[in-house]
Design a protein around this ligand. Structure first.
Ligand code: IPE
Ligand code: IPE
Ligand code: MG
Length: 254
């Protein structure tokens, strides 16, 4: 397990400074399949427990006052999985969205979906839009669920929109700025993630928030997503709070 994972879990629980929380936490919810395999269960059992973990972590973030939570639920590349697994994941998402329609107002959650909607089944899409509409005036946590999301796809679509404006004569090429590109992403209006967490031991982004992560702090752990809990999130936040973010400048404290 090395530096991460089991050994680390034996360390005493660390408490984050609740006055210096990351404003925006993003999570690559990975490791469901391996969690199931370890237990000789079908991969879908891992996705099912993983979806419970998502509910638990979203609730915790809302309780402690994290303002934005963005989760990677299904990538543009995940369609290449066996059809039965894709169907099971979509079924779990549907279940979450149905629950959200009933609970977003009570829980004060502003729910949004980031990703290409053209490939989402019409019935699920309708529910997603209903949930977004119900939650649009909520002022608590913003929860962004990335579904059929790919960082390259997101940037490509933004470039296409800008190119159309240039072609129509309403935009000059030299007026294309980083800010303008940002305004054409799913994340328009949302601050960049301060902290990006990837459980499961993989040390890669897998096409997640490519544009927005330019100055994000990463936290990797061997813990598999279905085993992830509030204490793991605390550890990630404590680690974040020990970092010196320089954004290309010099450390103000030194
Ligand atoms: C993440 O868990 C969930 C999705 C990608 C939908 P995985 O299913 O990728 O789990 P591992 O990586 O195979 O363990
Ligand atoms: C990233 O995990 C996507 C999600 C968690 C939704 P993957 O399991 O798909 O990524 P790779 O294949 O290990 O890079
Ligand atoms: Mg995976």
């Amino acid at each position: 397990m090395g530096l991460f994972g089991k050994k680390k879990r034996d360390l005493p629980v660390q408490t984050p400074d609740m006055n210096a929380l990351p404003k925006h936490i993003a999570i690559i919810m990975d490791g469901n399949g391996r969690w199931a395999k370890q237990r000789h269960l079908p991969r879908t059992a891992g996705h099912s427990v993983g979806s419970e973990t998502f509910r638990k972590i979203a609730t915790y973030c809302n309780d402690i006052g994290v303002k934005y939570l963005t989760v990677y639920a299904f990538s543009t590349e995940n369609w290449s999985r066996p059809q039965a697994e894709v169907t099971a994941i979509m079924g779990l998402l549907r279940q979450y969205v149905l629950e959200a329609i009933d609970s977003v107002e009570k829980d004060n959650i502003h729910l949004r979906f980031w990703g290409d909607r053209s490939r989402i089944a019409p019935e699920l899409l309708e529910l997603m839009e209903h949930a977004e509409k119900k939650s649009e005036r909520m002022t608590g946590i913003f929860v962004n669920v990335c579904l059929n999301y790919g960082g390259r796809d997101e940037i490509t679509k933004a470039v296409q929109k800008l190119a159309e404006s240039v072609k129509a004569g309403s935009l000059a090429p030299q007026d294309i700025t980083a800010e303008l590109i940002g305004e054409h992403l799913y994340s328009a209006g949302t601050p960049d993630p301060d902290l990006i967490i990837r459980p499961s031991g993989e040390i890669r982004t897998s096409n997640f928030l490519l544009w927005q992560s330019a100055y994000s702090e990463y936290y990797f752990t061997d813990v598999l997503w279905p085993d992830f809990d509030e204490r793991e999130l605390d550890r990630a936040i404590v680690s974040f709070q020990s970092r010196s973010r320089r954004f290309g400048g010099v450390d103000a404290k030194k």
